[in-house]
Ligand binder design. Structure first.
Ligand SMILES: Nc1ncnc2c1ncn2[C@@H]1O[C@H](COP(=O)(O)OP(=O)(O)OP(=O)(O)O)[C@@H](O)[C@H]1O
Ligand SMILES: [Mg+2]
Length: 456
């Protein structure tokens, strides 16, 4: 049921509007001024606001600005007296849906409310659609390696222990970090990410700890750093091994006490932040090479999580392919497409150096660019291009079974075996049967079942 918030200081108007709205079958909430109204908006799910332009304490226009800022999806209908009509016009420019002049016309009001609510639903549908398209991935896989990671996540999520995630490009390090946050007590607070590799050395300290206005050239305003922004939440230091040694020294100092000053600032800031770091570098080697501080490594590596390469957990591959095929169903189609056994054989033999990110992109691409319902070997080859692996006949046959039910695999195997054996004994039924250790009548039955050609 849709809920409408009425913000007006005149009790008479509130009552009239409340009656109109409830007669139309909507829920209603009432507020006598802007502060009260904004409080309700923060606490309840409101679909539409009817706002008086003239209000005590905080003017209607200011209330409108805050609503549009904090709840951009909610439509606002302005009501105004004749004297404030210019303000009402301005309000539409500020994002109000429309305005209505007092004395209020019942018909016009009902019309406006219904139209504004239709717009609101369309917008929120659209938002849901967008969100589901960009929805994070579930963690897919049933390999023992992935199960061990799940267990690690479960154990460490509840505590505030620092976690260091290692693994190659695209293996899912960030997904692990987000999963830890999501399962922790901090789940309702922010997850703040810093990509240490993407920030120039000169700016990293300001990025992490913030700065005061004028503290260096370019510091035109005070800025909060990521540590401050992550207060009460989780801070994810991605590509942590790419930080300069001086930034490492600063981070080391800060994470012991979780206190720091902004650059150019006097005030000591205390934060409550859970740290998760990740790197795709061989961090022990970085330490040996003098590029990463050993003491920082020990601080960060309280709970180590290593995410193995996709090629090291082959059993996850078909599951991931299924999952992404389902995710990237082309628009207008209902069922996800399939990959032919021959195509699967190639995908299984391919090494996936870019790991899951590469696989995901690959599956998205074939769904967009090919219109085959069952993706053929040729298409897979085409999209793998020069990377197409050489698959021996033997590997191909083994891999084909990966996408079959047991009964299908058994039949395929039996057919293959019988055909070869028959050929070896030049289609002599009794000799072939004897060699296989079955009765000739049994062999006859199977030849019929599989439609094997026996005349040379
Ligand atoms: N087990 C999984 N199940 C489903 N999707 C996954 C899985 N692991 C990773 N992904 C997806 O693969 C993509 C790459 O993962 P992610 O960004 O977490 O990797 P990464 O290790 O941080 O990569 P990089 O080192 O390049 O930063 C993401 O879209 C992620 O959602
Ligand atoms: Mg990453």
């Amino acid at each position: 049921m849709k809920k409408i918030l009425i913000i007006d200081d005149e009790p008479g108007i509130r009552t009239v509007l409340k009656d109109i709205v409830t007669d139309e079958g909507y829920d209603v909430a009432l507020a006598g001024d802007g502060f009260e109204g904004l409080k309700i908006l923060r606490e309840e799910i409101i679909n539409l606001v009817i706002l008086d332009v003239w209000l005590p304490n905080m003017g209607g226009m200011d209330v409108l600005k805050i609503i549009k800022d904090e709840h951009p999806g909610i439509e606002v209908i302005i009501i105004s007296g004749h004297a404030n009509i210019d303000l009402a016009v301005k309000s539409v420019k500020l994002g109000a849906y429309d305005f209505l002049e007092k004395p209020l016309s019942l018909d016009k009001m009902v019309n406006l409310i219904n139209n504004a609510l239709t717009l609101e639903s369309l917008k929120s549908e659209n938002k849901n659609l967008k969100e589901s398209l960009f929805m994070e991935d579930e963690m897919i896989g049933k390999s023992p390696e992935l199960d061990a990671i799940r267990e690690r996540i479960r154990q460490s999520a509840a505590s505030d222990a620092k976690v260091l995630i290692t693994g190659s490009n695209g293996t899912g390090k960030e997904l692990v970090a987000r999963e830890i946050h999501r399962k922790s007590d901090r789940a309702n607070n922010v997850f703040v990410e810093v990509n240490c590799a993407a920030i120039p050395d000169t700016l990293i300290e300001s990025e992490l700890f913030g700065h005061e206005k004028g503290s260096f050239t370019g510091a035109v305003a005070r800025r909060k750093g990521k540590f401050e922004l992550a207060h009460k939440g989780t801070l994810f230091l991605d590509e942590v091994a790419d930080m300069s040694l001086s930034a490492q020294a600063k981070v080391l100092r800060v994470i012991q006490e979780m206190t720091f000053e902004r650059i150019g600032g006097e005030q000591t800031i205390q934060v409550d932040v859970r740290l998760i770091a990740a790197t795709n570098k061989d961090i022990l080697q970085e330490i040996k090479d003098g590029k990463f501080r050993e003491d920082l490594y020990f601080r960060l590596n309280v709970v180590p999580v290593h995410v193995p390469r996709l090629s090291e957990r082959a059993v996850d591959l078909p599951l991931l392919i299924d999952y992404f095929m389902g995710k990237f169903v082309p628009p207008g189609e209902v069922n996800s497409r399939k990959i032919s056994p021959e195509g699967m054989a190639l995908l299984t033999a391919y090494g996936w150096p870019g790991n899951i990110r590469e696989l995901k992109n690959f599956v998205e691409r074939i769904n967009i660019m090919s219109d085959e319902e069952v993706i053929s070997r040729e298409t897979v080859e085409y999209f793998l291009g020069d990377n197409t692996p050489d698959v021996t006949e033997e590997e191909k046959n083994l891999n084909i079974y990966d996408s079959m039910k047991l009964s299908e695999a058994r039949d395929a195997f039996e057919l293959e075996l019988l055909s070869r054996r028959l050929e070896r004994f030049e289609y002599n039924i009794s000799r072939t049967a004897q060699d296989l250790g079955i009765y000739p009548s049994n062999l006859h039955g199977k030849i019929k079942k599989f439609g094997i050609e026996t005349r040379k």
